[in-house]
Design a protein around this ligand. Structure first.
Ligand code: OGA
Ligand code: NI
Length: 364
């Protein structure tokens, strides 16, 4: 069982057992050992078609998507004041006393609100994070009773933030559509009625950060994600299946953009669905705000274009709901196999111990 909030646990000397990960899942690189491998791309001039500015920017974006599926954008047009207001409110929310946050407790299947670790059920190990999440698009999905009402100003600021980020996401999807040789709206249209979900992540300082993760390794399921992070650092990416990791260098006012599974499938695998995780540290807490742009559940998932002689990454078109279901059941299956392997290893060791013992000791 996850604790109600992490406030008290963050003050303890040792990490509570439920957050301790298997050795192979623990951080390999420090939260503040930054890499500059992920490109930081300025969007200044992206609408200037004449003169070649747009083409130059698009090229960088496309290369990053082919390479990592992750990049950062600056000069993106989202007002710095709006960003700092959004960040301030989010920080203030997590600083509220536990009982205030728990007024929005979403455990038990509520859609939106506050929770420790994850809203997904059946996780074996807990993530060292608190989240507050809400659905912001389509408009009819907004349930304001699940949006925090504190601190004051949360609703108007988050509404504006959501709108601006929807605009930025669509702009980036236009670039990728063009790169695929399709009309600008191709990717957004493939989402049918684009969903947007905001997850504010709060990673308190952690007594034993080497044993745990703030957010375990994953790919985002949706089309594209825009992440705003503070300057602490902790977002890590891998492109060799977890062998080596890099920590993304935080850049003031930038959004980290990554593609999810949907974006990956629509591009027939040309664009990567970034494999990533978040690590924590014992010095200070960290805040990030993830804005997920997802297709409607009934949207079709299938490559929009398949080059001649290339095999499609999916056997047949499926709905986004089905894609998500398969992802979840694959994760559960992997967890099950891992558990079995661990039990087997334990039994093998016990058996070896037994076999090494003199027979008198066993009979005694
Ligand atoms: C996410 C995510 C990373 C971070 O919320 O899906 O990957 O650094 N967050 O908070
Ligand atoms: Ni993610």
């Amino acid at each position: 069982m996850a604790p109600a909030t992490l406030t008290a646990l963050a003050e303890e000397k040792t990490l509570q057992e439920s957050f301790v990960r298997d050795e192979d899942e623990r951080p390999k690189v420090a939260y503040n050992q930054f890499s500059d491998e992920i490109p930081v791309i300025s969007l200044a001039g992206i609408d200037e078609v004449v003169g070649g500015k747009r083409a130059e920017i698009c090229k960088k974006i496309v290369e990053a998507c082919e390479d990592w599926g992750i990049f950062q954008v600056v000069d993106h047009g989202v007002d710095a004041k709006l960003i700092s207001e959004m960040t301030r409110l989010a920080k203030e929310f997590f600083a509220l006393p536990p009982e205030e946050k728990l007024r929005f407790d979403m455990s038990g299947g509520k859609k939106g609100g506050f929770i420790v670790s994850s809203h997904l059920q059946g996780e074996a190990v807990q993530d060292w994070r608190e989240i507050v999440t809400y659905f912001s698009y389509p408009l009819r999905s907004r349930d304001y009773s699940r949006w925090p009402d504190k601190p004051e100003g949360w609703r108007p600021v988050t509404e504006e933030y959501s709108e601006k980020l929807m605009g930025l996401a669509c702009k980036l999807l236009e670039v990728l559509s063009e790169a695929m040789g399709l009309e600008k709206e191709a990717l957004t249209k493939a989402c049918v009625d684009m969903d947007q979900k905001v997850v504010v992540n709060f990673y308190p300082k952690c007594p034993q950060p080497d044993l745990t993760l703030g957010l375990k390794r994953h790919t985002d399921p949706g089309t594209i994600t825009l992440l705003l992070q503070d300057l602490v650092g902790g977002l890590q990416a891998t492109r060799d299946n977890g062998n080596t990791w890099i920590t993304v260098q935080p850049v003031e006012g930038a959004f980290v953009v990554n593609l999810g599974d949907h974006g990956h499938y629509l591009s027939n695998g040309r664009f990567k669905n970034a494999d990533h995780q978040a690590v924590v540290n014992s010095n200070c807490s960290r805040l990030s705000i993830a804005t997920f742009q997802n297709p409607a559940t009934e949207a079709t998932v299938y490559p929009l274009k398949i080059e001649e002689g290339v095999k499609p990454v999916l056997e047949a078109p499926i709905t986004f709901a089905e894609m998500y279901r398969r992802k979840m059941s694959k994760d559960l299956e992997l967890a099950r196999l891992k558990k079995l392997a661990k039990e087997q290893a334990f039994q093998d060791v016990e058996k070896a111990k037994l076999e090494a013992k003199p027979i008198e000791d066993i009979l005694a």
